[in-house]
Design a protein. Structure first.
Length: 143
């Protein structure tokens, strides 16, 4: 999670939303990313999507041995990618500021580990307080 937090802090420094993610296979980080919707003017570059993109093409076997770490509970879009590639384990930094479809992921066989990480929570609380309109845009909510 330490590396995912580094990614989240990188996004914040770039003027983006402080969410980070890493993909790990056999104890090695094979992909890392952070939310780049603001930086790239993207509609889909959430941290998990950026992480998967940066990991490049992987085989089904590799995905099925992977663990994805995210500083925030993944949204429907990112959860869909986790399900599509059958990534079996998701480690979540925090889910108090936003909770994605975690029950659906569990029902589909994904192992969820909640860390309730204080730094992840602090990053999001401060960001949401400072930029509520941008946060609502990121999660598809009306302001």
């Amino acid at each position: 999670m330490k590396e995912a937090i580094i990614e989240a802090e990188k996004s914040l420094k770039e003027g983006g939303i402080p969410i980070g993610s890493v993909l790990v296979i056999d104890g090695k980080i094979v992909g890392r990313g952070h939310n780049k919707r603001v930086q790239k003017g993207s509609s889909i570059l959430h941290a998990e999507m950026d992480c998967l993109e940066n990991a490049g093409r992987l085989t089904a076997e590799e995905y099925q041995k992977a663990t994805i770490y995210s500083t925030l509970s993944p949204c429907d879009m990112c959860s869909g990618a986790i399900l599509l590639y059958k990534i079996p384990k998701l480690v979540i930094g925090e889910n108090k500021t936003f909770k994605g479809p975690e029950e659906h992921l569990k029902k589909r066989g994904i192992e969820l580990i909640h860390l309730d990480n204080a730094k992840c929570l602090e990053l999001m609380n401060e960001f949401i307080q400072e930029k509520p309109d941008l946060w609502n845009e990121d999660i598809g909510e009306l302001a």
